[in-house]
Every structure is written in C-alpha cells, then in structure tokens.
Design a protein around this ligand. Structure first.
Ligand SMILES: Nc1ncnc2c1ncn2[C@@H]1O[C@H](COP(=O)(O)OP(=O)(O)OP(=O)(O)O)[C@@H](O)[C@H]1O
Length: 261
C-alpha cells in the first residue's frame, strides 16, 4: 500500500480551478518532485495535504487513513510536516525555542502536569531541550541556538524551518521551495542535507522547487503541473525531454532560466 494516495483531487476558488483531477501515489521512502510554472497549483497541493484547504472534491489517504475534514494540527500529529514558501518562523523567539515549540505541538502531557509543571511535564521539558539541540546540530544551526530567529541569514532560516518540521517527527515531509533565495553553493549544501536527513529519519519527501539543479539532483520521480492539471510524470531525464513540459515552460522567463541552470 502506498504511504500516500491522492485520488481525483480538485480545488476551485470561485471560478478558478487551481487543481484539476490530481492523482498521486507516493511509496514509503520516495523523494518526489512537484514542479510547474508560477500559479500551476503546486502549493495548493501542499495546502490540501496539510488540511489548510479542504478539497472541492477527491480524496487524500495517508497510511490508510482518510484526511478528509482533518484540521492541520491533527494532520501534523498523524505524521505529515511541511515548510512554507514564505518562511514562517517565530521571529522574536530564539532559534532553540522555535524548535522546542514544534516538539511540544505534537505532545500530549495532560493538562494537570502541564499546569503545575510537574513530571511528566518537567521531565519531558529537559528531554525536549536535548532533542531540539540535537536537531540544531544536525542542521548546522547550533551556534545560533540563543539568537532570535529573525536575525538569522536567509539560508539558515530555511534550514531552521526544516528543523521545526523534523521536530514533529514526520513520516512524510513536504518542502515548499527550500532553495528559494539561496546561492548555488548553499543550494548544493541543501541538496546533500536533504539526502542525509531522508536517510537519517527514514523520510518520504515531496519537494516543490523552481531550482532545477535541486530537482534533477534529488528526485527519483517528478510530476509537472500546469494550470492545475498534471501534464507529465517521469524520471528527471524523461521530464526534461518531454515536449509538453518544454512548452509549458517556454515563454515563462523564470522557467527557461531554471531549465538552463
Ligand atoms: N486562497 C486562495 N484564494 C484564491 N486563489 C488562490 C488561493 N490559493 C491559490 N490560489 C490560486 O490558485 C492558483 C494556484 O496557486 P498555487 O499557489 O498553488 O500555485 P503554485 O504552483 O504554488 O505557484 P508558485 O510557483 O508561484 O508558488 C493560482 O492561480 C492562485 O492565484
């Protein structure tokens, strides 16, 4: 059974069809790329998978459980985590606290221990701190632990977002343009890091990305959306040569540049 099964998923906003009969099966351990020109519907897929949007029709089944009507926090607890295209951190909190909050978001202490700050709350608190510091180390962010998140350079903020997503202990990780705003060297480092965390945490990953060096270097399978419809699916090599894909990107300045990278 696939880890994730998306069947005939549709999302409309008034008269605009953002996603049209989208199908996707993702097997455990896969690293799948989702690409397409601006406005193609990529982030809408993530918003539907994480419960931020409810589909107009269609179904999403994760580990055999239907996600219909489930709110985002429950979906996080079920094992789907994401990062955002526009970074969403608690800018005025420390880097460490940003990760600790993500850990706490999926824990149930029970109200009484949490209120009186007695075990198991206090015991879990020190465990969380240890685990959060460990994650910061993995993401090469430990030296920033006490720094306010908003003061981090852009590339580091993106890595902190990934650390926060990992803190919720996902099985499926959704990365929305993780290389946006990074220079080529940072992008290459990110590529190695994503490969490494996938192995280390046994993750299945879906990646939205405009940077083709990252998509081609990382993904085993790539899906291409255009105007809400899936126009191609295949290996990175197949996708690069697909006439429909080339046509979809032609005339879109960003797309052409992206392919040439
Ligand atoms: N909440 C919303 N309300 C109205 N329209 C929306 C909403 N969210 C997305 N859309 C529209 O749906 C379409 C798909 O948007 P989406 O953000 O999924 O595209 P995308 O492929 O992620 O684009 P980009 O690469 O620019 O991020 C766009 O036309 C967008 O304007």
């Amino acid at each position: 059974m696939p880890l994730l099964t998306v069947n005939r998923l549709n999302k409309s906003f008034g008269g605009l069809v953002a996603l049209n009969n989208f199908n996707l099966n993702v097997e455990e351990g896969e690293l799948v790329g989702l690409i397409g020109p601006n406005g193609a519907g990529k982030t809408t897929v993530f918003n539907l998978l994480t419960g931020l949007y409810q589909p107009t029709s269609g179904s999403i089944v994760f580990e055999g459980r239907d996600l219909k009507g489930k709110p985002p926090h429950l979906i996080t607890k079920m094992g789907i985590a994401r990062t955002f295209q526009n970074i969403r951190l608690f800018g005025n909190l420390s880097v460490l606290d940003n990760v600790k909050i993500a850990y706490q978001s999926v824990l149930n202490y029970g109200l009484i221990p949490a209120f009186f700050r007695v075990p198991p709350y206090s015991r879990r608190e020190s465990e969380i701190e240890k685990e959060a510091l460990g994650l910061l180390e993995i993401m090469h962010l430990e030296r920033y632990a006490a720094e306010k998140a908003k003061n981090l350079p852009y590339g580091e903020q993106r890595r902190l977002e990934i650390a926060r997503a990992l803190a919720t202990k996902p099985r499926l990780l959704l990365l929305d343009e993780p290389a946006a705003g990074m220079n080529p060297q940072e992008t290459q480092e990110l590529l190695s890091l994503i490969r490494w965390i996938r192995e280390r945490f046994g993750l299945t990953i879906i990646l939205i990305e405009h940077d083709m060096s990252l998509v081609m270097g990382l993904c085993e399978r790539v899906l291409v959306l255009n105007y809400g419809s899936l126009i191609a699916e295949g290996t990175p090599q197949e996708i690069q040569q697909n006439p429909k894909v080339i046509e979809a990107y032609l005339g879109v300045d960003e797309g052409v540049t992206a392919w040439e990278e």
